[in-house]
Each structure stands twice: as C-alpha cells, then as structure tokens.
Design a protein around this ligand. Sequence first.
Ligand code: SAH
Ligand code: DHB
Ligand code: MG
Length: 223
Amino acid sequence: MSDSQLWDDVDAYFTTLLSPEDEPLQAALRDSDAEGLPRINVTPNQGKLLHLLAQVQGAHAILEIGTLGGYSTIWLGRALPADGLLISLEYNPRHADVARRNIARAGLDRVAEVRVGPALESLPQLADENPPPFDLVFIDADKANNHHYVEWALRLTHTGSLIVLDNVVRGGHVTDPTSTDPSVLGTRAALELIAEHPRLDGTAIQTVGTKGHDGFALARVLD
Ligand code: SAH
Ligand code: DHB
Ligand code: MG
C-alpha cells in the first residue's frame, strides 16, 4: 500500500467515526466543486479540530482569513452560541458568493459574515469598527502575508485568544532559510514572529492525511 493510500484510509476511518459530514457540509463541497473552486478546504477531521478548539476557547467571536467555499467557516460557526459572531475575509468574490450560499444552507447566516476584498484592506476597516476581541483567529489565505495576518490577529484578540495558522510545511521548504518563495518567506516570518513576540506562545505540528504532508501552527495570546 502506498503511503498516501494509507493516510487516506486512516483519515476515512477517523472521519467516519468521529467527524462525519452532515448534509450541509457535503453540499458545501458539492457546490464548491460544481463552481470550480479548488479543493484546498480543510479535511473533515481538521474541521472538527477547529470546531473543538473554538469550543475549548468558549468562543463568542471568530475571525477567519481565507473563506474559499465556507467549509471551514461552517465547522467554526457551529461552535458559536446563537449570539456569536464569525467574520470571514475572502479576496475572490466568486468564492465569497459560493461561501455565502453554503453558510446560509447550514443555517449560519445570522452568525457568519463573509467580507470581500484583500484581507490587508479588510482588516484595518474591521479594526476601525471596534469589533469585539476575537477568541480564535484562523489564518488560511495567501501565505505570503502570514506574518501580517499574525500581527493583525494580535491587534484584534485578547489575552487567552488562539491563533491557528494553516499550511505551514510548504512541502518542507519551510526549513529553507534561502528560499525566495513568497509563501515560504511569509510563513517563516509568521513562525519567527510567534517565536519572538513577548505576547505569543506557540507550537507547530506536522500532519499527514488526505491532503498529504502538511501542518499547522497554534499560538496563544499572552498578557
Ligand atoms: N479556509 C478554507 C480554505 C481557504 S483557501 C477552508 O478550509 O475551507 C484560501 C482562500 O484565501 C482562497 O479562497 C483565496 O481566494 C483566499 N485569499 C487569497 N488571497 C487572499 C487575500 N489577500 N485576502 C483574502 N483572501 C485571500
Ligand atoms: C493551498 C491552500 C490551502 O489553504 C490549503 O489548505 C492547501 C493548499 C494552496 O494554495 O495550494
Ligand atoms: Mg489551508
């Protein structure tokens, strides 16, 4: 059996047992496929992890950077109370349209809002509105700006908030200090910021599964 077949089989077993997709989640991926969106959403067991992390945080407000078709948004939004708030930032208006439909079908349109535009423009606008501090920030957009997104996450959170940064392995090139790949540079800068910033404490974890070899970083916001 190939490694990737093995990883698929184990993900399928874990997912069937612990994080099965209901109809709104399946429909979100069906419609994302039909609309030609790339299949780069989190897996069901990763979505469930985000959901559990949001619940552990007792999250009332969640910020997501990188919506795609709203699949991770649904997992996160379902962890919120009825008066919760999820703001998800998406550059591509076509992705945002698909996401809004998927979010509405999941019954989350009262808590989850998709804002269209480059996140580095949406974030200062959001800050100007004095939103409630976000209890969890999921960063999953253009990796070149990862360090900027961690800086914005720090401004928009409170002591005890959690920052999750997706896709930190970059095919292993994350270890390469000579890389000129913008995604590698942005991710390394984000990880170095987490390492050095006095108000951040974090770790990074490699993963295997249906999306291959990858990983994520977690950072807790300190006093
Ligand atoms: N979180 C999603 C996957 C996000 S894929 C899930 O797991 O279901 C990354 C998304 O980030 C894409 O939809 C892409 O259009 C968006 N994106 C890329 N650059 C961006 C930017 N500068 N600002 C906001 N979103 C951006
Ligand atoms: C890509 C982006 C993602 O957020 C992800 O989880 C996997 C792949 C990509 O841009 O290729
Ligand atoms: Mg991702």
